[in-house]
Design a protein around this ligand. Structure first.
Ligand code: IMP
Length: 424
């Protein structure tokens, strides 16, 4: 089986947990977009692990692949590899030589661009993601395979700094002197990664041919897609299912199961439209209950009710086969749950709202909550399966299935890996 797990909202849907759940010890895990702007936390009995570059199943799968569509910060990469090696000593790691390299120069440019945007800033993670993709598309990018040659890296850094003079003005990379040291720093990572770097697409073709168990993990969420998301408040890569092909070389036709992950409510980091956003005390309550603070930046996330028009749009766009609903336990902290079913009669297309062209008048239905789940409630659900899920939760899930017109197959009712169950 080859599965793809991706988020249908603004990122942070809990994809990491679902990826981890659907992967086994024989799975090959593949990432194909984004960089350290993504982040997911996996809680196991051995502790809490935060990943930004490595796919979530890295803790127990046999092979992980970082595809060409990614932008890779070598320092973060080496750190994460050092974290998983003791946990999963036999893991094989492959990194595309064609993935682009995020440098400190790009982080400085990211910050400088945000300053220049002023009030219309995007609220990026400041991890240099946008500028690194810009470099890729302007064909000046430093690719992972370049790190073996210090001269190439230095020449490219100099070219980039000349072209981006105004963006680097006032930063520590204003003068070319620092670039030589930066080139050395970057290339110093090469010995630690060289054994993993290869043309990953060829490797992946072989795995597909051999019918290996593979799980592709999408970074970010559909609403952050550079083409289809809430532009300009998006990330700089494609996050939808089609990005698998361009970001790894594996055709989407080879994926048999596309799982769209939806958090039982909505959250968003950074700026941009958020029709179902909560404010004040209910927002604080939901944020605390769901620990909604960015894995990457620690920023408090904006939170709100589940937004069906968006989820439906995203499920069509990604051509998903099934839904997975996460963090249902968190929503139980509310006595009554609101569910946005429409943006009102005036809105022709939910994306017009996302782009700020139309103003939403969100319509809600109100449902009874299942109440706060205790640890023993969760243990019982895990032990007995979907049959023991509270009726109110089943009603909520049923309503989502009805409105999105896709079946829910996996639900998550707690933090640890074991609290994820299959809905028969
Ligand atoms: P960038 O990807 O750092 O350029 O940030 C662009 C926007 O996408 C910002 O609003 C970020 O907060 C948001 N973003 C990027 N990646 C993620 C993610 O994995 N989860 C949630 N938000 C993200």
């Amino acid at each position: 089986m080859r599965s793809l797990v991706l988020g249908l909202q603004f990122g942070d849907e809990g994809k990491g947990k679902i990826t981890d759940f659907v992967s086994g010890k024989d799975s090959i895990m593949v990432r194909y977009n984004g960089g350290t702007n993504a982040g997911h936390t996996v809680v196991t009995s051995r502790g809490t692990f935060k990943f930004h570059l490595l796919p979530a199943g890295s803790l127990r799968s046999k092979i992980i692949v970082l595809g060409n569509g990614m932008v890779i910060d070598p320092e973060a990469l080496v750190q994460e590899i050092n974290t998983i090696k003791p946990e999963n000593p036999h893991i094989k790691i492959f990194i595309s030589s064609a993935a682009n390299v995020v440098t400190k120069l790009h982080k400085a440019i990211d910050r400088s661009q945000e300053n220049m945007r002023g009030a219309s800033k995007i609220g990026t993670t400041s991890h240099g993601i946008g500028p690194t993709y810009e470099e890729k598309y302007s064909r000046n990018g430093i690719r992972v395979g370049d790190l073996k040659d210090r001269n190439i890296v230095e020449q490219k850094l100099k070219l980039i700094s000349r072209m981006r003079e105004s963006e680097l003005r006032g930063t520590e990379y204003e003068s070319e002197e620092k670039l030589s040291a930066l080139a050395s720093d970057l290339c110093n990572f090469w010995p630690s990664i060289r054994d993993y770097v290869t043309r990953t697409e060829s490797l992946l073709f072989n795995y597909v041919r051999d019918n290996e168990e593979m799980v592709f993990e999408g970074g970010h969420g559909t609403m952050l897609d550079i083409d289809f998301g809430s532009y300009p408040y998006v990330t700089s890569s494609n996050t939808i299912s089609g990005a698998v092909h361009t970001g790894s070389g594996v055709s989407l036709r080879k994926i048999s199961r596309i799982i769209g992950v939806v958090k039982s409510y909505t959250s968003r980091v950074g700026e941009g439209p958020f029709p179902t956003e909560l404010t004040g005390e209910p927002a604080d309550k939901l944020r605390e209950a769901g620990s909604e603070y960015g894995t990457t930046t620690g920023r408090p996330r904006r939170v709100g009710w589940l937004d069906i028009p968006l989820v439906k749009y995203a499920s069509e766009l990604n051509d998903i086969d099934e839904l997975s609903i996460t963090k249902l336990d968190v929503l139980g902290t509310f006595r009554e749950i609101s569910l946005c079913t429409s943006y009102g009669k005036e809105v022709k297309n939910p994306m017009n709202v996302m782009m700020g062209f139309e103003k939403p008048d969100p319509e809600y239905i109100y449902m009874n909550s299942w109440g706060k789940l205790t640890e023993s409630d969760i243990e019982e659900i895990v032990a007995k399966g979907y049959g023991s899920v509270p009726q109110e939760m089943k009603d909520y899930i049923g309503m989502i299935e009805k409105m999105v017109q896709k079946p829910v197959k996996i639900i998550s009712v707690g933090k640890i890996r074991e609290s994820t169950i299959i809905k028969e």
